[in-house]
Design a protein around this ligand. Structure first.
Ligand SMILES: Cc1cc2nc3c(=O)[nH]c(=O)nc-3n(C[C@H](O)[C@H](O)[C@H](O)COP(=O)(O)O)c2cc1C
Length: 132
């Protein structure tokens, strides 16, 4: 089994998840920042991690996920400011799955990350907790 872990992370939250996934995966594995990631072709499992921007996966992840269609098996993971069980998170993850265009989804994991204080100045905390 040959796995590829690709992460998009601006402030480090998603990178923390990527490192845990890397440590836990068995078999051959490689991990790259999304800026340096190879094509997902040829890997048995491709784990793609991203943060949310504007209610969607961040733009770099949107571009990469579009390359993860058949026959790659994708595991999606993300961090976000909104509450884990919110409609906001479900909608963004559904959007991410849609981008894989029929690629098999091996699993998903999401959790709240720390939100940059500059973002919180513009978006009050209760709004984030309510899922924007
Ligand atoms: C410009 C900007 C836009 C954001 N938009 C959202 C959003 O739409 N929904 C959300 O839940 N979190 C949003 N966040 C919060 C980030 O997704 C969250 O802090 C994430 O954990 C950052 O991951 P990173 O540390 O890997 O970059 C936004 C953050 C920034 C900086």
């Amino acid at each position: 089994m040959k796995s590829l872990i690709v992460y998009s992370s601006q402030t480090g939250n998603t990178l923390k998840l990527a490192k845990v996934i890397y440590d836990e995966l068995k078999g051959k594995k490689e991990m790259f920042s999304i800026d340096e990631a190879p094509s997902p072709e040829g890997f048995d499992l491709v784990a793609v991690g991203f943060w949310f921007q504007g209610g969607k996966p961040d733009p770099k992840a949107v571009a990469y996920l579009s390359k993860c269609s058949k026959p790659s098996r994708a595991f999606l993971f993300s961090t976000h400011g909104a509450a884990k069980d919110s409609a906001h998170v479900k909608s963004a993850m559904d959007y991410a799955v849609g981008l894989t265009n029929g690629g098999a989804i091996a699993g998903m994991f999401t959790c709240q990350g720390e939100v940059n204080p500059k973002v919180l100045e513009k978006v009050p905390v209760p709004a984030l907790a309510a899922g924007f």
